[in-house]
Design a protein around this ligand. Structure first.
Ligand SMILES: NC(=O)c1ccc[n+]([C@@H]2O[C@H](COP(=O)([O-])OP(=O)(O)OC[C@H]3O[C@@H](n4cnc5c(N)ncnc54)[C@H](O)[C@@H]3O)[C@@H](O)[C@H]2O)c1
Length: 329
């Protein structure tokens, strides 16, 4: 099977593509390469903006996976107008051309952030969504646009992921567990901004496995699925990261607790993904920290702006280079 991964050179894609190649799939990645190229040499590279893909470009693929866009709140808030183009219009356009070209399935990278601020209840996929900030709104718009195209000959699977964490060859240190890990190891201090806020967390291992379950699901299956390794309060994540670093590295780490207001608070049920996709997560926060420790030497240049999406976005925007094709190593 030939698969096109849009935005596949990012954090998730750089961990997913090697797994797909190992399973014998032919994989091409279309990307603007904002964060360089950390993909295996066997990956087919299409250095393009999604908006420049034609029906002809899409014709060779059985499936497309959308992993592109501005992938966090700070990026979305820095440039709300670009955010709505990259996060809402791009997946709509990709799924539209893919369907026209005869592609059989589109897998969409949604986010649990569509749930907004909830009152300590477990949310399944039937519950109302209510985000009121650019990132959450745009992820929902992208999801609605791609789901709308689903029919008997075009399967659409949307994975509403918790915050992903762990090591990827294209590293990010702006994701909750990864940030706490960096601060714990480097500064011997972890800051928790609001200990009572709930966040579903998903390890990069579990997240990439969820994509494999979606790609390999029976042909006609479509739907929206919450996927997470677990629901945690941010205070508990701080405790778990601190404990894991102390146990594994033998250093002591201080926890500093603030009580800042947050506009996201949600916990999700993953029962549907377990029952329908056979998605069974098995990497908790401790396993994520162990995975970071094993790979620590590969991202020891903690301040590299490529590890912080907002820093890279600011650099690209200053050069007016968001849509120009970056030099790829
Ligand atoms: N990382 C998380 O915690 C998380 C959680 C929930 C959902 N998501 C979603 O999952 C997806 C992947 O996240 P990530 O952390 O790997 O993101 P990332 O920022 O690491 O990678 C995004 C990639 O998309 C590329 N890109 C962006 N717009 C493009 C366009 N128009 N054409 C071609 N390439 C383009 C960028 O160059 C980059 O390589 C995103 O859609 C994100 O919103 C991520």
């Amino acid at each position: 099977m030939k698969i096109l991964i849009a935005g596949g050179a990012g954090y998730l894609g750089s961990a997913l593509v090697p797994k797909l190649l190992d399973r014998g799939y032919e994989v091409d990645v279309v990307d603007l390469f904002w964060f360089g190229n950390h993909l295996p040499a066997e990956t087919g590279i299409i250095h393009k903006d999604i908006f420049d893909l034609t029906e002809q470009d899409l014709a060779p693929y059985q499936q497309v996976v959308f992993l592109a866009g501005l992938s966090n709140d700070p990026m979305a808030e820095y440039s709300p107008s670009e955010n709505f183009i990259f996060n809402a219009a791009a997946p709509a356009y990709l799924a539209y051309v893919a369907k026209k070209a005869g592609v059989k399935r589109c897998v969409y990278a949604s986010s649990c952030s569509v749930y907004g601020y909830t009152d300590n209840e477990l949310f399944d996929e039937t519950r109302p969504v209510s985000s009121s900030y650019p990132y959450g709104i745009s992820k929902l718009q992208g999801e609605q646009a791609v789901m709308n195209l689903m029919d008997d000959s075009f399967s659409v699977i949307s994975l509403r992921k918790g915050t992903v964490s762990g090591y990827s060859p294209r590293m990010r240190l702006d994701l909750i567990v990864n940030t706490m890990f960096k601060n714990g190891v480097r500064n011997r201090e972890i800051t928790v901004n609001n200990p009572s806020i709930w966040r579903p967390i998903i390890s990069i291992e579990d997240a990439t496995n969820a994509y494999i379950r979606a790609i390999e699901a029976s042909e006609k299956l479509s739907g929206i699925f919450n996927v997470a390794s677990g629901n945690y309060t941010v205070g508990e994540v701080g405790d778990l990261v601190k404990m894991a670093i102390e146990e594994e590295l033998g250093i002591s780490v201080r926890l500093t607790i603030h009580h800042k207001k947050d506009f996201r608070n949600y916990k999700v049920s993953i029962q549907k993904a377990e029952n329908v996709l056979s998605f069974h997560p098995n990497h908790d926060v401790k396993a994520i920290v162990k995975n970071l420790i094993v790979n620590m030497e590969k991202f020891g240049d903690w301040d590299n702006p490529q590890y912080y999406n907002i820093e890279t976005l600011k650099l690209l925007s200053a050069k007016n280079a968001l849509r120009t094709l970056a030099e790829v190593a």
